[in-house]
Design a protein around this ligand. Structure first.
Ligand code: HEC
Ligand code: HEC
Ligand code: HEC
Ligand code: HEC
Ligand code: HEC
Length: 446
């Protein structure tokens, strides 16, 4: 008797723990919406964190218009036509609408229907995560155990609304990695912010994602709590021009300060990624571009655009702005046979682009990270890396004598303009942000 009930108790326990432990794809439909409290509940006490979260992309990961367009107009139709990528119909939600994913409500209702999918990456989702499955965090392989206990960074914190428990995991970069590393159905790392960080210098120094994106300050956790050092929920990234500003430092100099009017001058630009704990650009690298633009202005105000010198590495053409067409695989979802594609770059020809080209199974450039089967060269700026670009300029005979001013500008764009225009994405997503600029001068003599 005793043995039998013991066995059934053990059996039930095993069943229960295996249900608790579901992670990644297997967790779909394992919960209900009611298991998670709404952010508005947390707001009544954690007002500052709520206001910060509300302004960060975390609260808009599902509702943001470009996300809606990419999911409903590209990913879902593509998933219906191509078995290899069929899983993205559900999978996108594991990171962008995790509660809907756990509730098995996929595809979730459109944002305008105001369902709980709109909570996006919510307070209660993050604060019920207890760990992740496997060795490498990626593809939403976090484990969520919703309930009365809210996991946080501190021991013995008292709350009238819930229990609290200290979690080492939440305070580690691996937690962020569960959504900030992504592997495509073709087994390619199409998002690798945590892996880039792990390889780079900051992980060795113990500088975590949190230290730059959730900086600590003296403040209050909740309206009724005492002052303490608390993690600000800023999650600021590429949607914050101030975060981008100065992330890369620039200097430029000429090889000669005095050059004859029919001579040539070589300009060198040093670019130092001094601020980011990962590569620039990182994350949605299929959409993002960073480019270096150089202009000269002679003493009569005439302007010249200088193209960058080639370095000669394989696949370099993907890093030099050109007017070729690309992204033909959008035609699959859009139902346009033999879609010629749109302009690949949309920035001044000959500028250097810091990027890594994502290539579809046919070897064409794609912005559909789920349809990525290989990559072009990785020509991004690593954490604390410095790259040098040169510009050799054979000056025109009619250049005015006197001082020539050189202006180097480094620009950032979250989404390539021709793609955004083709998909009717709101213009703010294509905003050009100046990361930095630098100037130098030389004299032209006759
Ligand atoms: C009735 C007020 C109230 C509500 C509602 C509330 N909390 Fe709290 N919570 C507190 C207080 C008070 C503390 C303790 C703060 C302190 O002493 O620093 C706290 C602490 C926490 C902590 C910190 C734990 C740690 O280890 O540091 C987390 C995480 C947390 N709450 C999450 C949530 C989430 C998520 C929600 C919404 C689902 C929520 N809280 C709703 C009052 C509340
Ligand atoms: C030393 C500070 C630092 C650390 C550490 C750091 N970041 Fe960043 N992060 C930045 C800066 C600065 C930017 C803005 C430049 C950019 O967008 O690349 C940024 C941008 C981002 C972006 C937006 C990228 C884009 O272009 O869309 C994401 C996402 C991000 N970080 C996530 C993380 C994660 C996850 C980690 C940990 C694995 C991390 N960061 C570690 C400083 C840091
Ligand atoms: C993307 C995941 C994520 C979301 C969303 C999120 N948090 Fe947090 N929160 C964290 C992490 C990670 C920490 C611990 C930071 C650290 O260790 O530096 C934390 C810390 C806290 C703390 C304790 C702060 C401290 O330093 O003592 C409270 C309270 C809290 N969060 C409440 C909330 C509330 C309320 C919301 C929603 C308005 C929210 N969080 C949304 C990840 C999240
Ligand atoms: C449950 C999944 C999930 C977790 C866990 C998570 N993130 Fe995110 N994060 C996202 C998604 C999805 C976006 C993209 C939102 C969008 O633009 O649609 C994002 C965006 C960001 C951005 C970019 C904001 C911008 O302005 O472009 C930063 C920075 C960021 N996360 C930092 C972190 C840090 C730091 C952690 C760990 C403390 C973390 N995230 C944990 C899902 C997650
Ligand atoms: C493993 C988690 C994960 C999965 C799966 C995922 N995403 Fe994301 N997604 C993110 C994160 C994190 C970011 C933010 C990266 C950054 O800021 O650079 C992001 C960014 C985006 C962006 C750019 C948002 C912006 O504001 O610029 C779009 C659009 C997007 N995702 C759509 C999708 C679609 C569609 C799918 C499914 C095919 C998908 N995502 C699958 C985590 C994920």
């Amino acid at each position: 008797m005793i043995n039998k009930s013991l066995i059934s108790v053990v059996f039930c326990f095993v069943l229960a723990t295996s249900a608790w432990a579901l992670a990644g794809e297997a967790a779909m439909g394992s919960r209900s919406y009611d298991d998670y409290e709404k952010p508005e509940v947390c707001k009544s006490c954690h007002l500052d964190f709520y206001r910060q979260w509300e302004q960060a992309m975390m609260s808009q990961a599902y509702t943001h218009h470009w996300d809606e367009i990419e999911y409903f107009e590209l990913a879902i139709p593509h998933a219906e036509k191509d078995e290899v990528v069929a899983g993205v119909r559900e999978g996108c939600n594991g990171c962008h609408a995790p509660i809907a994913f756990l509730a098995g409500d996929v595809p979730p209702p459109r944002p305008e229907e105001n369902s709980r999918a709109n909570e996006s990456v919510s307070c209660d989702l993050c604060h019920t995560v207890t760990g992740f499955e496997g060795d490498t965090p990626y593809n939403f392989n976090w484990i969520s155990e919703p309930g009365r206990v809210k996991y946080g960074p501190k021991e013995g914190v008292q709350s009238p609304h819930h229990d609290t428990q200290k979690s080492e995991f939440l305070s580690q970069a691996e937690f962020c990695g569960t959504c900030h590393n992504e592997m495509s159905p073709y087994d390619q790392w199409v998002k690798a912010t945590h892996l880039e960080w792990r390889e780079g210098p900051y992980s060795k120094e113990g500088v975590r994602c949190h230290d730059c994106h959730m900086p600590r300050a003296i403040g209050r956790n909740a309206k009724m709590s005492d002052e303490d050092i608390v993690a600000q929920h800023l999650f600021h990234g590429a949607h914050d021009p101030g975060k981008l500003a100065g992330a890369v430092e620039l200097r430029v100099h000429p090889d000669e300060r005095e050059v004859p009017y029919d001579g040539a001058v070589q300009l060198s630009v040093q670019l130092f990624n001094s601020k980011a704990g990962h590569k620039i650009p990182t994350g949605s690298v299929e959409d993002r571009i960073v480019w270096l633009h150089l202009e000269a202005e002679d003493s009569e105000g005439k302007r010249y655009h200088l193209p960058v010198d080639l370095k000669g590495f394989e696949g370099e053409e993907t890093t030099i702005a050109s007017d070729v067409l690309a992204y033909q695989d959008m035609g699959i979802a859009k139902g346009i046979p033999d879609f010629p594609g749109v302009q690949r770059d949309g920035v001044p020809l000959g500028d250097r682009i810091f990027r890594m080209a994502y290539l579809d199974p046919q070897g064409r450039m794609t912005i559909q990270q789920w349809n990525t089967a290989s990559f072009g060269p990785d020509y991004r700026l690593g954490p604390r890396e410095t790259k040098i670009e040169t510009f050799t300029w054979e000056m025109p005979d009619d250049i005015a004598a006197g001082e020539v001013e050189i202006l180097a500008q480094l620009n950032y764009q979250k989404l390539i303009t021709p793609v955004g225009e083709f998909l009717n994405v709101p213009a703010e997503e294509m905003e050009i942000v100046r990361i930095n600029e630098a100037r130098t001068r030389f004299e032209v003599y006759e």
